[in-house]
Design a protein around this ligand. Structure first.
Ligand code: HEC
Length: 108
């Protein structure tokens, strides 16, 4: 019994530590509409527009994990400044990640 508990604990801990990319696009759409669309719908301040395949192509090459990281922690690139979590600190990593997945789904 103790062994089982240890196993569960170890598995749980390692799941929490590894960088997770969440792919709940339905949830992502809601987050996107509320927190990301103000910039990414119209391309304000150099933001890559959602659905603009050319604008996303080069970024997608970096890999999903890097892009999620940049969206969560903030990112200064060649075209502008992406605020950490879109400027909404209360968002969880999971929420930001699902919004990124939603954006990529429509932009690749
Ligand atoms: C205040 C405007 C603004 C808001 C709000 C915003 N972004 Fe951005 N975002 C930007 C800009 C500008 C860039 C481009 C930065 C660059 O490449 O120079 C960017 C880039 C990105 C990238 C590409 C990162 C990369 O590695 O190339 C992702 C992914 C992203 N945003 C996700 C999001 C998500 C998810 C949200 C909502 C939670 C969000 N953004 C909200 C302005 C914004």
């Amino acid at each position: 019994m103790k062994k089982l508990l240890t196993l569960i604990l170890v598995t749980w801990t390692s799941l929490c530590i590894s960088t997770t990319v969440f792919a709940d696009t339905a949830k992502g759409q809601g987050i996107y509409m509320n927190f990301c669309a103000p910039c990414h719908d119209s391309g304000i301040a150099g933001a890559p527009k959602i659905g603009d395949k050319a604008a996303w192509q080069e970024r997608i090459g970096k890999g999903t994990t890097t892009m999620v990281d940049n969206a969560v922690n903030g990112f200064k690139g060649n075209s502008g400044f992406m605020p950490a979590k879109g400027g909404h600190k209360a968002l969880t990593v999971e929420e930001v990640s699902s919004a990124v997945m939603y954006m990529l789904e429509l932009s690749k």
